[in-house]
Design a protein around this ligand. Structure first.
Ligand SMILES: Nc1nc2c(ncn2[C@@H]2O[C@H](COP(=O)(O)OP(=O)(O)OP(=O)(O)O)[C@@H](O)[C@H]2O)c(=O)[nH]1
Ligand SMILES: [Mg+2]
Ligand SMILES: [Zn+2]
Length: 322
C-alpha cells in the first residue's frame, strides 16, 4: 500500500463519517475519512473534525479501489471555533465550525422568533471563543405588512446595538441590504447560523444564485422552520469569500464558561460592573451591585439581564424546541 501525505486541506463538508476537503483557494473538493486515532477522540465531541478545520493526512491506494482514499490524521491547531453542548446527548459537545473569520447570527424580523436566551448564549460563546459576530435581522420586507412585528424588530436592534454588536437589516427576498453584506464577506470565511427558518440558505442563494441551496417555507401551524438544511457546508461565493451554511440550531448549552467569567461576555454588563461594591460580584443578590442598578434604571435591557441570570443558574440549559 503506497502512502502520500497531504497538509492543510480545509474541511468544507461533513456528512456522517465522510468529509469533503479542498486546498483553498482552489475549489475541487474530494472525499476523506477519519483515521482510527481521530475517531477515538470523538467520545466527548460529536465531531472531532468540523467544517472550517485545516487537516493533514495521507492518501492510500487500497487494492481494487480505482481512486485514492484520503485519510485525515491530524487537525491543525484552530485559530478559533464555536462549540455548544448537544441537545440530546447532553454530555457531548458539538463544534459548530472552526477557523471562522466572522459569524452571522440570523434572526427573523417577523417569524420564526428566536428566544433571547438563545441569542445571548450564541453571543456569549462568540465572545468567549474570540469569534467576531454580527446580527442579521432578515425578512425586513415582511415588516411592511406584518406591522405587529415592527416594534419587536426595533427593540431587538436597539438592545444589541446598545450592547455593541453590529446589526444589519436585510431581506433575502428583495435583496435589500445584501450588497453591503457581500462586501463584508469578501476574502473571509463566514458562518451563517441561527434557528431553523430564519433564512440562512435563502440569503446565501440571494448572494450567489448559482448555489441553489434548498429552502422551505416555515410551518404555518407552528411558525417554526422545518430544518431544511441538514449538513454544515462551506460554499465559495462568486462575489468573493466563503460562507458556511448550517442547519438550524435546536439548542445551545454553554461549555466551559465559569460563573465568574460569564458577565465578561456581556459587554454592557461588564462595563457597568466596574462600579459594583464587590470584586467578585456575580450581579445576582449582592449588595450595591451596579449592574442591578443599571437594569432598574433601564440602562441595561431586562431581557439581557434575565438571560444572564438564567445562564448563571443553568449554563447547560438553552434547549429550545424550534
Ligand atoms: N419574505 C421573506 N421570506 C424569507 C426571507 N428569507 C427567507 N425567507 C423565507 O423563509 C423560509 C425559510 O428560509 P430558509 O432559507 O429555508 O431558512 P434557513 O434558515 O436556511 O432554515 P434551515 O435550513 O431549516 O435552518 C423560506 O420560505 C424563505 O423563502 C426574506 O427575507 N423575506
Ligand atoms: Mg437552510
Ligand atoms: Zn454586580
Amino acid at each position: 500500500m503506497e502512502q502520500q501525505v497531504f497538509q492543510n486541506a480545509t474541511v468544507v463538508k461533513q456528512t456522517g463519517s465522510l468529509y469533503r476537503l479542498t486546498f483553498l483557494p482552489a475549489w475541487n473538493p474530494f472525499t476523506a475519512v477519519l483515521s482510527g486515532k481521530l475517531r477515538l477522540k470523538g467520545d466527548k465531541l460529536t465531531n472531532p473534525v468540523a467544517v472550517g478545520d485545516k487537516v493533514n493526512g495521507y492518501w492510500q491506494r487500497a487494492d481494487k479501489q480505482k481512486e485514492n482514499q484520503a485519510v485525515i490524521t491530524d487537525v491543525v491547531p484552530r485559530k478559533n471555533y464555536l462549540i455548544r453542548k448537544s441537545v440530546n446527548l447532553s454530555r457531548q459537545a458539538h463544534i459548530i465550525a472552526a477557523n471562522i473569520d466572522w459569524a452571522y447570527l440570523f434572526l427573523s424580523a417577523t417569524q420564526p422568533e428566536t428566544p433571547f436566551p438563545f441569542i445571548d448564549r450564541f453571543l456569549v460563546t462568540c465572545q468567549a471563543y474570540r469569534v467576531p459576530v454580527t446580527l442579521i435581522l432578515n425578512k425586513k420586507d415582511e415588516l411592511q405588512w406584518a406591522t405587529e412585528y415592527v416594534p419587536q424588530a426595533a427593540h431587538i436592534k436597539n438592545i444589541y446595538q446598545k450592547a455593541g454588536y453590529p446589526v444589519m437589516e436585510v431581506s433575502a427576498k428583495t435583496g435589500e441590504g445584501t450588497a453591503d453584506l457581500a462586501c463584508q464577506l469578501k476574502d473571509k470565511i463566514s458562518l451563517f447560523s441561527g434557528i431553523s427558518g430564519v433564512g440562512k440558505s435563502s440569503l446565501a442563494n440571494k448572494l450567489d444564485p448559482s448555489l441553489h441551496l434548498k429552502t422551505e417555507p416555515i410551518s404555518t401551524a407552528h411558525l417554526t422552520g422545518k430544518h431544511t438544511t441538514t449538513f454544515y457546508e462551506m460554499h465559495p461565493l462568486q462575489s468573493g469569500g466563503y460562507i458556511i451554511d448550517s442547519p438550524g440550531i435546536r439548542g445551545f448549552g454553554l461549555l466551559e464558561i465559569s460563573k465568574e467569567e460569564l458577565s465578561h461576555y456581556f459587554p454592557e454588563i461588564f462595563a457597568a460592573s466596574v462600579e459594583c461594591r464587590f470584586n467578585g460580584c456575580l450581579h445576582d443578590e449582592e449588595p450595591d451591585c451596579a449592574v442591578r442598578k443599571a437594569v432598574e434604571k433601564g440602562l441595561i435591557p431586562a431581557e439581557r439581564y434575565e438571560s444572564y441570570l438564567k445562564m448563571l443558574e443553568d449554563p447547560d440549559g438553552g434547549k429550545y424546541r424550534t
